[in-house]
Design a protein around this ligand. Sequence first.
Ligand SMILES: [Zn+2]
Ligand SMILES: [Zn+2]
Length: 347
Amino acid sequence: MGAIKERIDSKNAEEKPALLPQEIGTDYTFKRKIVWFNAIGFLLLHLMALYGVYRLIHCDPLTVIWASGLMFVSGEGITLGAHRLYSHKAFKAAFSVRLAVIILHTIAGQNCLYVWVRDHRQHHKYSDTDADPHNSNRGFFFSHIGWLMSKKHPEVIGRGKNIDMSDLESDFLVMFQKEYYKLLYAIFAIGIPVAIPCYCWNETFVNSLFVSYFWRYIIQLHITWLINSATHLYGTKPYDKFMNPVENYIVSFIALGEGWHNYHHAFPSDYRAAEYGIRYSITTFVIDFLAWLGLAYDLKEANAEAVKQRVVKKGDGSHPVFGTITEETQLDEDKEEIRRRHAAATG
Ligand SMILES: [Zn+2]
Ligand SMILES: [Zn+2]
């Protein structure tokens, strides 16, 4: 999720016929070329953020509250907006919500929404193969940040062209943000977050720049990246043990409810991104609140029976309710139920 800069011109990429993800696989002998511009850029950003940690001690406490609050609120531009609303079309939203999403998403600064959504749709379509932009089979570092500082795999470039983006291309707000992204980034990700503490409570420019921008920006990026790395590597697989994504409590807590990743990959268009709704999911709570106001509608949920069947057929046994049921035990239960019904019907 998230990218700072488009790394490769995809015009020269060769067209390839569509294949099933498992047929693409991961070529572990493939050697990646580092994009030094991005690598050095990230190194500098981290050094600035580190100095931001030092400035946290010296700045006005209001600036820390402001930067943390901004991180939290703009996080919804990612989780509620770019992810559940735009990438997965898990619900529909009024113009006012979509406008707020575009502004919050720009404050978070994780590239324009169009590129964010394209990368994420590709991640779901070709999960953990060479066509996945942040293939977790290449390890924690690559799926976390390494993918943003290395040349894209030819499979990513080739298959990326086949991702349907027509819905976003007909969305004025999305295309406006894409067209003027650099200017909007300067205003919403840097300008306003840094200016408010200076004008409203006389914070110094240096404190505000390093806390409200560099520190906030890098911390939020790492939280987002954990969804690509940690939640594809460390946790349980109650819904599907044959895929890499896992359920991870810690990431769910810090990433506004986006860490129930095994469920999410099994049922990507469920607006809750988790079976149990608002459990550690502030984003689901916000969508429910917007629906109550009439600003969000057509909320999609996975069918409960389909979820149970997936747990029984493919889960790793860690599901809190259906974890102990296997296909065999369920078959026995089904036979018993048929016998009971038959006995009741025949008296
Ligand atoms: Zn994922
Ligand atoms: Zn997703």
